[in-house]
Design a protein around this ligand. Structure first.
Ligand code: SF4
Length: 700
């Protein structure tokens, strides 16, 4: 029996794992004691990864159907990719490069992402490549860029151990990032003075353990953060020297928050004014580390929420020092790596911007192509809306399950059914999206392929293959390369853009693209990662190690070198509750399930925590509707409805109900939680408001 060092494939904590195997079969997993993200710890999901590898249900062979009415049948890889290249080339010739789309996943490796991004932007000639990270982190990206000038989380996990206050906003860390939460618990044990403040509409496990829980009404975070800044100014707890030396835009924000007295914000947010004042004082006492996730991001004003929180850090000078900083927790295992290679419709490799002509020219030069198209591609929601209108005719979905995870499911499924040619590249055969595939391509999965991933603290770890993939499954990047070479033939190009034979060759090209950029990793190599272990970026050529914290010198990657205060007032949710739909639905994760359960749903042990999807509802709201605990209810929104049992939950606020995001068609009747959710997106980031919709509940 051997052990192979790799990384957990679920969340952005990025825990190191040791995979036990006999060379053909994965038999066990344990936490890697040497990995600085987890030092040997794993949560229940990570600790059962080997069971997902043994569970079956895999895509084993390419399958193709001749027409929409027919059945898919097994074909050779050659036939599959020849057909795919023919169909994509035909659409490009007849309708232009913007009539095709690629939809990726934050679960892919950096190398996978790099090849797909280059395929679309370097060969096909459009920017229609986006990812489920759009549903997850794009508001965090835009929030960082708007304020600090770059998409770079400035803090690191060690800051948890050194913080005086941990300010958790819109994150149920105990369930969504469990190993990180263990670290918070350990830090509290070591330092009884450490305070934890939690901002969350729900009294989650994380909120229960907090010193102060602000159960704000959904979508009111900006009003809360502005009120806290109002208090800090009134009580002279801001760092005027830091503001003067290292920021710009302060007068406008100072004037803006004048209107957010705690008493007014208390009315908007639904929490006592005294609690807002207390939160502000704890924030100022610090050093304060803010940890935040989907509660801020999955919002039609997600960028404003992110930036309003960063304003607090800039106003108090709490950034670039041990124990403090605004630290977005990455949802997926490699949402960071996808951003690094520019695998979104508005980004280019190495944090370059699509709307910057110099950046486009740099990337064209790096890739050896004439030009990179300037027109932004369609972000996730818009991509599927375009497919539904018939504007995207060939679509390739890789390692993600949009027939479950995108908002307003009825329309998404119409899009998947309408598109002329749909490729689904998947490890698991029974996802809701796979059912729509004209061509199903079997992909290698965790423990079966080489590559790298970057976790929340900018730390790059190596993924390693412990066993060969089952059947004829192949690494995602290798499938993309094989397809790209065939498409080069059909588009009359030489086979020059995709010369890679190994994941390392892909990574080396990515590494070169980072030279001189904020995430410069020219000092790293696969060999160095193998011998010295996971490293944080930046780590330029000649550096002895990666950088733990950013902006220690107070210099920011903006034109002026100063961080920018973001000036935007509070706006309500996209769809407030009203007389017809009087309840606010919030959604979130469970501790032991992951995304659409294509992997965790296969492991019986992971059903022990929550056996069945339940709508959580306050007993008073149930009494008003004469509902009994455990009764089957109908949840309706303007977009659809679903049947589910209701569970009395006194920790819910009245007027609010909660559904986990995980269950869908295979595990419950109907389309799942996202049949209810709204596709309203943040105007800057394009991230949809998956966290809130107006609903009504009645007996089924
Ligand atoms: Fe995997 Fe996240 Fe759990 Fe770590 S905390 S074992 S990365 S799911």
């Amino acid at each position: 029996m051997a052990e192979t060092r790799s990384v957990c494939c679920y969340c952005g904590v990025g825990c190191g794992v040791l995979i036990a195997h006999d060379g053909t079969r994965i038999t066990g997993v344990r936490g890697d004691p040497a990995h600085p993200a987890n030092y040997g710890r794993l949560c229940t999901k990570g600790a059962t990864l080997h069971l997902t590898a043994q569970a079956g249900g895999r895509c084993l062979y390419p399958e193709l159907r001749e027409d929409k009415a027919g059945e898919r049948r097994r074909v050779s890889w050659d036939a599959a990719l020849e057909t795919a290249a023919d169909r994509f080339a035909a659409v490009i010739r007849e309708h232009g490069p913007e009539a095709v789309g690629i939809y990726l996943s934050g679960q892919l490796s950096t190398e996978d992402y790099y090849v797909f991004n280059k395929l679309m932007k370097g060969l096909i000639g459009s920017n229609n490549v986006d990812t489920n990270s759009r549903l997850c982190m794009s508001s965090a990206v835009a929030g960082y860029k708007a304020t600090l000038g770059a998409d770079a989380p400035p803090a690191c996990y060690e800051d948890i151990d050194q913080a005086g206050t941990i300010f958790i906003a819109g994150a149920n860390t105990a369930w969504a990032h469990p190993v990180l939460y263990r670290r918070i618990e350990a830090a509290r044990q070591a330092n009884p003075q450490l305070k934890v403040v939690v901002v969350d509409p729900r009294r989650t496990d994380t909120a229960r353990e907090a010193d102060l829980h602000l159960a704000i009404l959904p979508g009111t975070d900006v009003a809360l953060f502005h009120a806290m800044l109002h208090v800090l100014i009134a009580e002279r707890r801001i760092d005027a020297d830091y503001i003067a030396a290292h920021t710009e835009g302060w007068p406008a924000v100072r004037d803006l928050v004048e209107a957010y007295a705690p008493e007014r914000a208390a009315q908007i947010c639904g929490v006592p004014a005294e609690a807002i004042v207390r939160a502000a004082r704890l924030f100022a006492t610090g050093p304060t580390l803010s940890l935040y996730c989907q509660g801020l991001n999955q919002s039609s004003h997600g960028v404003d929420k992110n930036a309003a929180l960063i304003n607090l850090h800039l106003a108090t000078g709490q950034i670039g020092r041990p124990g403090c900083g605004p630290f977005s927790l990455t949802g997926q295992s490699n949402a960071m790596g996808g951003r690094e290679v520019g695998g979104l419709a508005n980004l280019l490799p190495a944090h370059r911007d699509l709307n910057n002509p110099t950046h486009r020219a740099e990337v064209a030069r790096l890739w050896g192509v004439e030009a990179v198209p300037a027109k932004p591609g369609r972000p996730a929601v818009a991509m599927f809306e375009a497919a539904r209108r018939g504007e995207i005719k060939a679509l390739w979905v890789v390692c993600t399950n949009p027939a479950h995870s995108l908002p307003n499911q009825t329309l998404v499924r119409e899009a998947l059914a309408r598109v002329d040619f749909l490729i689904v590249q998947e490890a698991f055969a029974d996802t809701e999206t796979a059912a729509y595939a004209d061509l199903l391509l079997p992909a290698a999965s965790w423990g079966e392929k080489d590559g790298s991933m970057t976790n929340s603290e900018r730390r790059i770890s190596r993924l390693r293959a412990a066993v060969p993939p089952p059947g004829e499954a192949r690494a995602d990047w290798a499938i993309a390369v094989d397809f790209a070479r065939r498409l080069e033939d059909r588009l009359g190009r030489d086979r020059t853009l995709f010369p890679y034979e190994t994941a390392e060759e892909v990574w080396n090209e990515h590494r070169e693209s980072t030279r001189g950029r904020d995430l410069d990793i020219t000092g790293l190599s696969y060999a160095r990662l193998d011998t010295q272990g996971p490293q944080q970026w930046p780590c330029p050529e000649g550096a002895a190690a990666g950088r733990a914290r950013l902006y220690a010198d107070g210099v920011f990657p903006t034109v002026s070198g100063r961080a920018r205060f973001h000036c935007a007032g509070w706006q309500p949710v996209a769809e407030p509750a009203d007389a017809e739909y009087p309840l606010s639905l919030t959604t979130g994760r469970l501790r032991d399930q992951w995304h659409t359960m294509s992997r965790t749903g296969l492991v019986p042990r992971l059903w022990g925590h929550v056996e069945e999807v339940m709508l959580l509802m306050h007993p008073e709201d149930m009494a008003a509707r004469q509902l009994r605990d455990g009764e089957l209810v109908r949840v309706r929104s303007r977009r659809g409805q679903l049947l589910v049992r209701v569970k009395a939950e006194a920790d819910q606020r009245t007027g609010q109900v909660f559904l986990p995001m995980h269950w869908g068609g295979r595990f419950m009747a109907g389309l799942g939680t996202n049949v209810l959710t709204v596709a309203a997106c943040d105007a800057v980031s394009g991230q949809p408001e998956l966290k809130h919709a107006a609903v009504e509940v009645e007996a089924a």
